[in-house]
Design a binder for this molecule. Sequence first.
Ligand code: ADP
Ligand code: MG
Length: 346
Amino acid sequence: MKSILLLTLAALLSVGCDSQKPTPLYELNETAYTFGTLVDVTIIGVDEQQANDAYTALLEDFSYMHNTWHAWQNNALRRINNLLKTGANFTLTPSVFPLIQQAQALSKQSENLFNPAIGEMVALWGFHSSEPDEFAIPPSDDEINALLNAAPKMADIDVEGLNMRGNNAHLQLDFGAFAKGVAVDVAIEHLRELGIKHAIVNAGGDLRAIGQHDDRPWHIGIRDPRSEGIIAALDIGDGESVFTSGDYERFFEHEGKRYHHIIDPRTGYPATGTRSVTVIHDSGAVADAAATALFIAGADNWQRIAKSMSIEHVMLIDEQGIVHMTPAMAERIEFLQPPGKIRLSE
Ligand code: ADP
Ligand code: MG
């Protein structure tokens, strides 16, 4: 009799606990098309309701940021772009200003290789639309030279108090190389605020993670720039992000040559010599900007730019398929098959 009572009590207690305690084993796995890409989200360690609420909040964030920062929509950024060209003073916009400020600093550190002020050049190449025209042809040298001579850069934007002013009639902001990084940072910070400790937000291969996956670190693959497959894998620490820039993301071919979407601001042409660059950093925004800048810097100059941007983990795959890495990256990365040639330097 006594043991039956105890059992009943234990059963009641455990039912009582279950209804209050989050189920640690629940795992939310969702994919949404937002921010111009497929975003995969995994959230674990909280109950289903909390995970779903956090996911909904995250989608709202992404949709707001995409609409505000998209370079070619009628939005806050378009208003700023129209005003910057005029040279007049105007009141800065809180929804875009933090991006401009951070982009100015990163642009400077990258010797202007990361240069979100070259929106006109990006448009000239046709990479401003969501779906680039696969039959596009390169612009004329005259058109490219006109913009090279104007040389718009982030430092052409003056900020004083709440006022902003552009000093170059060809300034046009395009945050395509950077906004995804900022968005992933915002998403992760918001998840943290909502009490989520273990999650990964993966926007088309560019990602940031917090916590870990059960009792192991988050484990991710890095795409092979010349196949649809994975070239390497790595474990990610709490709060780290991994961003890759590649010549395979957006491009068109003309007379047998590939013209891709990462433009070297010094030549006005797609950067040559690099297939992809992968960067690990605590900030998604910094990792995104750095991946683009180091792609343009190429096999001979990435070390200098990585240093000035304080990036310790870099892997660059050049046009011959040679893998260039910092020793710190070499320690982290596991290749699926040993690459032909590896060059370590920092
Ligand atoms: P992805 O978006 O494929 O991850 P990136 O982060 O390298 O690649 O961003 C490329 C995009 O950034 C281009 O589509 C264009 O909008 C913009 N862009 C191109 N060249 C530059 C540059 N030198 N500096 C800043 N932004 C650039
Ligand atoms: Mg980038």
